[in-house]
Design a protein around this ligand. Structure first.
Ligand code: F6P
Length: 505
């Protein structure tokens, strides 16, 4: 008996491989068909997928694939707070943190958010004395979201100077110490499990730094952000400064929970709430929109087309906005930790490549570094440009005009190419890109951008039949590190020699 998913892929692979230029020539409606907008409150975001190879036929084929993959049912489960993470028997309730999802989960999330708001506002009002700095200690999902949002939103709104420290390399923490006055510094320890060795080691050293610099009650300067509140209390944090979140919120989906405490500290509660509202707009769009008009789903169609039909092994994201310089590393965890899998939800081998490698940088810098390969190299790299119509800076408008013109020029050049008699000077063109154009990069828009990528990642996973919410691939290395620390075990000759050379044997 034929499998509808395999059938859908077979049809997709038979579609013509017309060039982008031909696709625009054939269909004058193309821009209208492949651009969509989501309102985020005061502004909105335009998603232009017209410079990809998606066509009416391919969109129809992918809609058939989505049906065969049970996309609508999986999406219903996601928003209903049902189990979508089978290997860990958990729901994935990050949308509930934004007010979209199962009623009981929303209520719980709102109650926890109210507690966090009280604490943030009390600190801003001086309840813990003068607080000028916050050292936020966490790693992976407990650091990347806060780092992105603080860097993007807290440039001119500094209510509190936030330093996000993730690496266990002591240099990272030392750098934060150098920028902070211990007498006016709070420490946020962010860890879903409250067991991660890097975070707990950094947290101990931060306490020691406070103590060594005359802070009489270092634990009194600590706020814990965790889904394991009992462990934080056991470690020494007073219950009133433990901000919990639900186990059903995955680490890389947790910036909306108490893990977002440093964001609220940096920008104030109102802007943090606006970020959640922007994300909720995308939740509503993703939940309520069918087929190709669903923008995260449509983006997933293109992602899969390039990964599985055209053999693209990477995808690149270039933010033409300095405020989004951390977006590529945020997306690396979101996409690669979620979808870098080799088995389906049933444990069978996947039927094609899964998450491409996500990489990127900021424009215009990247143009002078890696764009040579994108224009003339041998790899096919689908590209995403992200920009804001409104500038973030106060300088002469020339800066922003040059920035935007360059962004649009790159997309046009990649697509059009240019023939030349001299092979070294010719550009093949027909290279795909998508452009996300925000009216303004306000807190709601940042929330919308992140939620868009969360749902796109989920949609990719469902279409591939994999579970995006576990991450067992990170465990083996941690396990071996623990064994090395414990001693008494032998490893391969190369590892043994390295341990010996570093004096760790
Ligand atoms: O090692 C991977 C990981 O489990 C991520 O998924 C997670 O975001 C990170 O470690 C940090 O975990 P925790 O928040 O429990 O410290």
């Amino acid at each position: 008996m034929s499998d509808p998913r395999t059938d859908a892929w077979q049809v997709i692979r038979t579609r013509s491989d017309a060039t982008l230029a031909e696709l625009f020539e054939r269909d004058p409606e193309r821009v209208g068909k492949l651009c969509g907008r989501i309102d985020t409150g005061e502004g909105g975001v335009l998603f232009d997928w017209s410079k990809t190879h998606l066509t009416d036929e391919l969109l129809g084929d992918f809609e058939a694939l989505a049906e065969a993959a049970g996309f609508a049912e999986m999406r219903r489960k996601l928003f209903a707070g049902e189990v979508v993470n089978g290997t860990e028997n958990r729901a994935a309730e990050h949308p509930a943190l934004r007010g979209v999802g199962k009623e009981a989960s929303i209520e719980e999330a709102m109650a926890l958010a109210a507690r966090m708001k009280l604490l943030v506002e009390a600190i801003h009002d001086g309840a813990l004395g003068e607080v000028n700095h916050l050292i936020h200690i966490g790693i992976g999902g407990s650091a990347l979201g806060p780092a992105l949002a603080v860097d993007a939103l807290a440039r001119d709104l500094k209510r509190c100077d936030v330093h996000v420290v993730s690496n266990v390399d002591g240099l990272a923490l030392e750098e934060a110490f150098m920028a902070c006055d211990p007498a006016t510094t709070l420490i946020a320890v962010a860890s879903k499990t409250f067991t991660t060795i890097e975070t707990m080691t950094n947290a101990e050293s931060a306490l020691a730094w406070l103590r060594d610099n005359g802070v009489v009650d270092p634990y009194g300067r600590v706020v814990a952000l965790t889904a394991s509140p009992e462990k934080a209390v056991e470690w020494g944090v007073d219950e009133t400064r433990v901000l919990p979140f639900s186990q059903s919120v995955g680490g890389r989906y947790s910036l909306w929970s108490s893990i977002g405490f440093p964001i609220a500290m940096a920008v104030g509660w109102e802007d943090f709430a606006a970020m959640l509202d922007g994300a909720a707009r995308v939740d509503a769009h993703f939940r309520d929109t069918g087929g190709r008009a669903n923008l995260p789903l449509r983006a997933a169609f293109a992602d899969l087309y390039y990964a599985r039909v055209r053999g693209a092994e990477t995808r690149a994201v270039f933010a033409y906005d300095e405020r989004l310089r951390l977006l590529p590393s945020y997306l690396q965890q979101l996409e690669m930790e979620s979808n870098g899998k080799s088995v389906t939800v049933d444990g069978a081998p996947v039927d094609g490549p899964t998450a491409p490698i996500t990489w990127g940088g900021v424009g215009t810098d990247a143009q002078h570094a890696v764009f040579q390969l994108l224009h003339q190299g041998t790899h096919l790299v689908p590209i995403e440009f992200i920009a804001s119509v409104a500038p973030g800076d106060q300088l002469d408008l020339a800066h922003h005009r040059i920035l935007l013109m360059n962004c649009f020029a790159q997309g046009a050049a990649l697509m059009a190419g240019r023939a030349s008699d001299d092979p070294a000077r010719s550009y093949p063109g027909n290279r795909p890109s998508a452009t996300i154009l925000c009216d303004d990069l306000d807190p709601a828009t940042l929330g919308a951008l992140v939620a868009f990528h969360e749902h796109r990642t989920f949609a990719n996973a469902v279409l591939m039949g994999i579970n995006p919410f576990d991450q067992f691939g990170v465990e083996l290395g941690k396990d071996i590190a623990r064994k090395i620390e414990a001693g008494g075990e032998r490893f391969d000759p190369s590892t043994e020699a390295l341990l010996e050379a570093a004096g760790l044997a």
